[in-house]
Design a binder for this molecule. Structure first.
Ligand code: NAP
Length: 322
C-alpha cells in the first residue's frame, strides 16, 4: 500500500486518527479550527488525499488551487459542499460514508418530531427561566403522533429509517415523495403511500420530514408556496440540508400559526442560524447533531479510512460518488 500524504481537515475520533497515522503520512488538525478557502486550496497542491467534512466548502476555486490531490474522502454522507463537476474535470475521485449514519440521523429526526410535537424545547426554556407555575390541564399542549401522517420528502436510507421508527414505534401513517416508488417490501412493511407530486404529500402530511440530498434540484424545494400548501397546524422537520428550505417563509408560517411547529438540525450557512428563527418559540433548533453519537462518528471515520486504503492499494473505491 502506498504511504500517501493525507490531510484530515477537522478532529476525527482518536481511534480513527490513530489508524490513519499508522498507515499514512497524515497531517491532523489538532486545534480543530476550520481551514480557510485559501488553506484548502493550498492543501490541494501539497497532499495526495484530502479528508474534509461538511464544514469545508470544496468549491471549484479550492479544487483548482493545486494539482496534487487525487482523492477527496469525505467524512459524511452528504457531499453538496463538494463541487463534483470540478473534481471530475481534474480527475479527482470523491467518496462519502453512506449507511453508517442512517440510524443516528433517523434518531435525530424522531427527536425533532417529538420535541416539536410535545413542545419540549419551550417547556425546558420555561422551566430553566423559573417561569413554570406548576401542572395544569391546559399547559403547553402539544400534538399526539399516533394516527398522524408522516410525509417523507426523499425516501432513501434515512427517510425509510425515520419512517420505520415513526410507524412501528409511534403508530404514524407513512406517505412519501420521491422521483420513483421505493421497493415493494418497504411499501408493504410500512403501508407507505407514494406521492409522485410533492403537493399531494403536502396536502396530507401532519409532519413533513426532509430527507433529500442538498444542492441542485432540491435547493429551495420547500419554498414559500410549498410552506403555504402544508396543512394548517402541521410541522416541518429538517435533518437534510438547510438550503432545501426557505427560512424566511418558514419563520413567517411559524409566527402566523399556519405551522404548529418545526424542528431543524441544519441551516443554509452553518454555523449561522437564520436570525428570524432565534426568537420564535415553536421551532426546535439543534446544531447539526444528526450523526453525533460516538459509535457512528467512529464508523464514519472507519468508512472514510476504508476508502483511502482502497485508493492506496489501487482497488475499487467502496463509496465512490464521483
Ligand atoms: P439517500 O439514501 O441517497 O437518500 C436520498 C433520497 O432522496 C433518495 O431516495 C433519492 O432518490 C431522493 N432524491 C434525490 N434527489 C431528489 C429530488 N430532486 N427529489 C426527490 N427525491 C430526491 O441518502 P441518505 O443517506 O438518506 O441521506 C440523505 C441526506 O441526509 C444526505 O444527502 C445529507 O444531506 C443528509 N444528512 C444529514 C445528516 C445530519 O447530520 N443532519 C446526517 C446524514 C445525512 P433517487 O433514487 O431518485 O435518487
Amino acid at each position: 500500500m502506498q504511504r500517501l500524504k493525507v490531510l484530515v481537515t477537522r478532529r476525527w475520533p482518536a481511534e480513527v486518527e490513530a489508524r490513519l497515522a499508522d498507515a499514512f503520512d497524515v497531517t491532523l488538525n489538532e486545534t480543530d479550527t476550520p481551514l480557510t478557502g485559501a488553506e484548502l486550496a493550498a492543501a490541494m497542491g501539497e497532499y495526495d488525499v484530502l479528508c474534509p467534512t461538511v464544514s469545508d466548502r470544496i468549491d471549484a476555486a479550492v479544487i483548482n488551487g493545486g494539482g496534487r490531490v487525487r482523492l477527496i474522502a469525505n467524512y459524511g454522507v452528504g457531499f453538496d459542499h463538494i463541487d463534483l463537476a470540478a473534481a471530475k474535470a481534474r480527475g479527482i475521485a470523491v467518496t462519502n460514508t453512506p449507511g453508517v449514519l442512517t440510524d443516528a440521523t433517523a434518531d435525530i429526526a424522531l427527536t425533532l418530531i417529538l420535541m416539536a410535537a410535545r413542545r419540549a424545547g419551550e417547556g425546558e426554556r420555561e422551566l430553566r427561566a423559573g417561569k413554570w407555575s406548576g401542572w395544569r390541564p391546559t399547559h403547553l399542549i402539544g400534538s399526539a403522533l399516533k394516527g398522524k401522517v408522516l410525509g417523507c420528502v426523499g425516501f432513501g436510507r434515512i427517510g425509510i429509517a425515520t419512517a420505520r421508527r415513526a410507524h412501528h414505534g409511534f403508530g404514524m401513517k407513512i406517505a412519501y415523495y420521491g422521483r420513483r416508488p421505493c421497493e415493494d417490501a418497504v411499501v408493504q412493511e410500512l403501508q407507505a403511500e407514494f406521492c409522485p407530486d410533492l403537493n399531494d404529500l403536502l396536502d396530507k402530511a401532519d409532519f413533513v420530514s426532509l430527507h433529500v440530498p442538498g444542492g441542485g434540484e432540491t435547493a429551495n424545494l420547500i419554498d414559500a408556496a410549498a410552506i403555504a400548501r402544508m396543512k394548517p397546524g402541521s410541522y416541518l422537520i429538517n435533518t437534510a440540508r438547510g438550503g432545501v428550505v426557505d427560512h424566511d417563509a418558514l419563520a413567517a408560517a411559524l409566527k402566523s400559526g399556519h405551522l404548529a411547529g418545526a424542528g431543524l438540525d441544519v441551516y443554509p450557512a452553518e454555523p449561522a442560524v437564520p436570525p428570524a428563527l432565534l426568537g420564535i418559540e415553536n421551532v426546535v433548533l439543534l446544531p447539526h447533531l444528526g450523526s453525533a453519537n460516538a459509535e457512528t462518528r467512529i464508523a464514519m471515520g472507519m468508512c472514510a479510512l476504508a476508502n483511502v486504503e482502497a485508493f492506496a492499494r489501487g482497488a475499487d473505491l467502496p463509496n465512490r460518488v464521483a
